[in-house]
Design a binder for this molecule. Structure first.
Ligand code: ADP
Ligand code: MG
Length: 334
């Protein structure tokens, strides 16, 4: 178990600075998720933690000890990537044991015990004799995770481990990773994704990154309820927050007014009117898209049973205590 502290961390590739001064504390045993758009520096930051990438300036502290110059193998970390990188000619067992066979001090019995324990945690026990090609994508990714577990790391680093899986497997493997964190509650996990749903469902805390800087750090609900910027407001939550401008914003004393689809109520005396352009029926919920003359359609979350005809006019009102007001710089007005 390790705490990780990043102090004014910077990373440049040649003349280009991609990590621009990051301060962050990751607690022992915490599940921290880095989320942000493609290219914002998530993978680079994870590689700085792993030691696979050199730090340009600033400090990386593990358990109070500066590790800037410590080799990756000495950091007590294990990493799982988007591509599973399994050895195709080795059985699941041998793939999971491979890292251990390279390390000193593991006899056959110790290796078997560790592999079987990891296999049990990941429900892979029935597959130990199979080859990777005889597994589904989700099972292969679990083998890659299992290979990391057998090494008994203090810190687990994941870089978009679910990106290669189809939607159903992604959800199943996501639940597996969440369970794993509960079982290995002494292990610190740092998880990179561009998918805010993964971030919301897995994280103890989320660190939203934008263009090499931290935009906000907080629990999923803190980010959802009190976004520190227009950027976070638009990034966290699904469907994304609606933004209203011009007179509708001015009437509330701001440049941009934000309201989530779940906080709009359809009512005959609603303060805003829009034309239904599309309805998505998801079963439990429906999302009704309204043209209100804003840059993007306004989405209203309604009961699954409710139906709205395209072309119909609908009046809605925001729940007043759920309105978000932003200034021209995208900062919240309280
Ligand atoms: N080895 C490298 N050499 C030069 N530029 C790099 C290198 N690795 C990453 N970058 C650049 O750093 C920025 C951040 O990349 P990355 O950390 O991979 O982003 P993310 O994982 O958030 O998509 C990108 O602009 C990328 O092109
Ligand atoms: Mg990346």
């Amino acid at each position: 178990m390790a705490s990780i502290e990043l102090k004014n961390l910077r990373k440049s590739f040649g003349a280009v600075e991609v990590i621009k001064g990051i301060d962050l504390e990751i607690k022992k045993g915490e599940f921290m998720v880095f989320v942000g758009p493609s290219g914002c520096g998530k993978s680079t930051l994870l590689r700085l933690i792993s030691g696979l990438e050199d730090i340009t300036s600033g400090d990386m502290i593990f358990d109070g000890r500066r590790v800037n110059a410590l080799a990756p193998a000495k950091r007590g970390i294990a990493m799982v990537f988007q591509s599973y990188a399994l050895y195709p000619h080795m059985s699941v067992f041998d793939n999971m044991a491979f890292g251990l066979t390279l390390e000193r001090g593991h006899d056959k019995q110790d290796i078997r015990r560790r592999v079987e324990k990891a296999a049990d945690m990941l429900q892979l026990r029935p597959y130990l004799d199979r080859l990777p090609k005889q597994l589904s994508g989700g099972q292969r990714q679990r083998v890659a995770i299992g290979r990391a577990i057998t090494r008994d790391p203090k810190v687990f680093l994941f870089d978009e481990p679910l990106s290669n899986l189809d939607a159903a497997l992604r959800v199943a493997t996501r639940i597996e990773i969440a369970r794993l964190h509960e079982e290995m509650d002494a292990v610190t996990m740092v998880y990179v994704t561009h998918d805010q749903v993964e971030a919301m469902t897995l994280a103890d805390r989320i660190c939203v990154l934008r263009d090499g800087l931290v935009e906000q750090v907080g629990t999923p609900m803190e980010l959802y309820e009190t976004p520190a910027s227009l950027f976070v407001a638009g990034f966290i939550g699904s469907p994304k927050m609606n933004f209203l401008t011009a007179e509708r914003a001015e009437a509330h004393g701001c440049t941009t007014l934000g309201i989530r689809g779940e906080h709009l109520t359809v009512t005959p005396d609603g303060i805003w009117e829009g034309k239904v352009i599309h309805t998505e029926n998801l079963g439990a919920d429906s999302y009704v898209y309204l043209d209100m003359g804003e840059a993007e359609p306004i989405v209203v979350r309604m009961d699954g049973a409710s139906a709205s005809r395209s072309g119909a006019m609908l009046r809605v009102s925001p729940q007043p205590d759920r309105l978000y007001r932003f200034d021209a710089a995208g900062k919240p007005i309280h």
